[in-house]
Design a protein around this ligand. Structure first.
Ligand code: KG4
Ligand code: ZN
Length: 352
């Protein structure tokens, strides 16, 4: 943990891009509150997030979550220096709830409003735990909706995508494979747990976009849909032959394939850019195997790894507040009050 600082702007951040209503309060790089209300249980029986259900849940959770965050941080709303909100990317209806709430607060309190990028927030959140980001740093961003490698020169405005998934996101692959193994949604944490007692070399699942030919065109891109299909075929073949499916071994072998590709490409990207600091963010960064493998492989190449604690990897409001505080500190001009929610906001557009 960095030494708590009592200076820096006091920022309230709101996150509603998917199924977590997150409200965080930070002062500079110091985390004061991180209140999260999740609607995940309402989506579980559908095996994925239902946008309309998520939007309604955000609406219901918004005011109580703001109150809880302020109470924990022991601040009054009128004390904050700025309001930050995820303006995109994410589910349009879900984003709108957060953006509308943030606009109302900014207008009512007479405070500046910062509409920030969800993906850049997943990077900025690490400042709350490990202090100012090294510049530049190489970020591996792995979540339910995104998997990308970014060169981050300045998290408030200079983010350069080097590669991304060409099909499924890493978290999506975890969720889909979990489903076919009969594990609940979201599947990432369940696979992580099941894999702990499994044999990671039990099945040699394919590593997407790692052949010499693929590397020529897709050196820093990912593909997980072939892996997901390979797991499905393997499980089907087992079931057809009447043999039991070794859940723990399949989970461990699948997880190994994902982590192998993610860490290999991330380290290759860092090395090719001459960058010594790798930051991993997004929900999948909570994965225990990804964390240990990245640490081991990066250290062997002289690259330092930073990963926020698991609770800060999955969606939360503190990450939005952290990026908002950095915007204020760097003197960025706030967003306009007619700021739109942009479901496909590109990672290059950090401040809307
Ligand atoms: O960043 P996040 O909370 O939401 C998005 O922006 O998508 O990421 C959610 C994703 C889900 O796919 C979930 O299964 C995955 O992160 N996840 C994990 C773990 N914890 C969450 N995947 C693998 N291992 C975990 N421990
Ligand atoms: Zn996310």
């Amino acid at each position: 943990m960095s030494t708590p600082r009592s200076d820096g702007p006091l920022v309230l951040g709101i996150e509603t891009s998917c199924d977590e209503t997150g409200v965080g309060v930070v002062r500079g790089n110091t985390l004061l509150a991180d209140a999260v209300a999740s609607s995940v249980e309402e989506h579980a029986r559908f095996g994925g997030v239902v946008p309309e259900v998520a939007s309604r849940a955000h609406l219901e959770a918004m005011v109580p979550t703001i109150e809880r965050a302020c109470e924990t941080a022991d601040v009054q709303l009128h004390d904050v220096d700025a309001i930050a909100v995820t303006s995109g990317p994410g589910l349009a209806g879900a984003l709108l709830v957060g953006v509308a709430a943030a606009k109302a607060l900014a207008l009512g309190l007479g405070k500046p409003l910062y509409g920030v990028n969800h993906l850049a927030s997943h990077v900025a959140v690490d400042q709350l735990e490990h202090g100012p980001l090294p510049e530049p740093c190489l970020a591996l961003l792995v979540s339910g909706g995104h998997s990308s490698l970014l060169r981050v020169e300045d998290v408030t405005g200079d983010v350069d995508p080097l590669g991304a998934t060409i099909d499924d996101a890493a978290g999506e692959a975890f969720d889909k494979v979990a489903r076919l193994l009969g594990l609940p949604f979201p599947g990432g944490p369940h696979i992580d747990r099941a894999a702990r007692d499994g044999d990671s070399v039990y099945v040699d699942f394919p590593r997407g976009l790692t052949s010499r030919r693929d590397l020529e065109r897709h050196r820093f891109d990912f593909s997980f849909s072939g892996l997901k299909t390979a797991v499905a075929r393997w499980v089907e073949a087992r079931e057809r032959s009447g043999e039991p499916v070794p859940l723990h071994d399949v989970a461990a072998s699948f997880q190994e394939a994902v982590c192998d590709v993610l860490t290999r490409k991330a380290i290759d990207a860092a090395a090719s850019q001459g960058i010594d600091d790798l930051l991993i963010g997004g929900g999948v960064a909570a994965n225990s195997r990804l964390r240990s493998m990245a640490e081991e492989r990066a250290t062997a190449r002289g690259i330092r790894v930073r990963v926020p604690r698991p609770g800060l990897c999955t969606d939360n409001g503190a990450m939005v507040a952290a990026l908002g505080a950095e915007m204020v500190t760097r003197g960025r001009a706030p967003s306009a009050l007619d700021l739109p929610a942009d479901s496909s906001q590109p990672v290059t557009s950090v401040l809307a």
